[in-house]
Design a protein around this ligand. Structure first.
Ligand code: SF4
Length: 91
């Protein structure tokens, strides 16, 4: 994975801000199931440790797709907040 393909190379798993969403993958929880990659392939990819990281192309996935990916994660490792810090998922 080329760092330039990441939304934030300093924080590959976030938090990153996309429009009004703050997205963060809890790397301790992530088990590399890749459900998120299947649902939101422009947002998530697995790194060499099989942990989800956030792509620069995240801006091309609509909010509902990113939220659906978080909902699809079997271990709820994807945490999404709004721009006021309110938790959107998991609730
Ligand atoms: S769906 Fe969840 S466990 Fe699977 S790779 Fe994505 S964040 Fe990790």
């Amino acid at each position: 994975m080329d760092n330039q393909q990441l939304k934030d190379p300093q924080n590959p798993s976030g938090p990153v801000t996309v429009r009004n969403l703050k997205i963060h993958v809890d790397r301790d929880l992530c088990i590399g199931a890749a459900t998120c990659v299947a649902i939101a392939p422009k947002t998530f990819v697995l790194d060499s440790e099989a942990k989800a990281i956030i792509l620069a192309t995240v801006d091309q996935d609509p909010d509902n797709v990113i939220i659906d990916a978080a909902k699809g994660c079997p271990v709820a490792a994807i945490i999404i907040e709004d721009d006021k810090g309110q938790r959107i998922f998991p609730q």
